[in-house]
Design a protein around this ligand. Structure first.
Ligand code: HEC
Length: 126
């Protein structure tokens, strides 16, 4: 019996981590994207041919190629843009707060797990 419980716990662990990461996205990351990025990168406008409404769009990326490499923020174009490290600086104008940048960085490091808050039907906030 104990052994059964042990195996059940093992099987449940990855699912729990996934849920936790999805919640991290919905509560911490999605609000940043909604507020600062979605106005220009949505299904209608697609600035630089990239929309931020789902994970696939970011993995596929825009005219420059993939915007995020899950697990590897240092090689993710999106992070370089947020940090104003290169020619591409996002959002245009003043950079995000250090805290917001670290939240997005942590999210990519943890595998860039998506939640339910942003999807194809999400419309940008006016
Ligand atoms: C005011 C409109 C606007 C906002 C807000 C904005 N972007 Fe952009 N974004 C653009 C434009 C325009 C380009 C194309 C720039 C270029 O090609 O030089 C672009 C390009 C990009 C690219 C490169 C895509 C590619 O493959 O060429 C990334 C990544 C990106 N933005 C991320 C973001 C992120 C992350 C945010 C939010 C923090 C954001 N953008 C907010 C207008 C915007």
């Amino acid at each position: 019996m104990l052994r059964l419980i042990y195996y059940l716990a093992l099987a449940a662990a990855p699912a729990a981590a996934q849920t936790q990461d999805a919640r991290f996205f919905d509560e911490r990351v999605a609000p940043i994207i909604e507020r600062h990025c979605l106005g220009c990168h949505n299904e209608e406008l697609k600035n630089a041919n990239i929309s931020f409404v789902d994970r696939e769009s970011l993995l596929h990326g825009g005219t420059r190629g993939p915007a995020i490499i899950p697990g590897n923020p240092a090689r993710s174009l999106l992070i370089a843009a947020l940090r104003h490290e290169g020619e591409l600086q996002m959002p245009p104008g003043p950079p995000l707060s250090k805290k917001d940048i670290s939240v997005v960085t942590a999210w990519i490091k943890r595998g860039a797990v998506w939640g339910t808050r942003l999807h194809k039907e999400t419309t940008p906030q006016k």
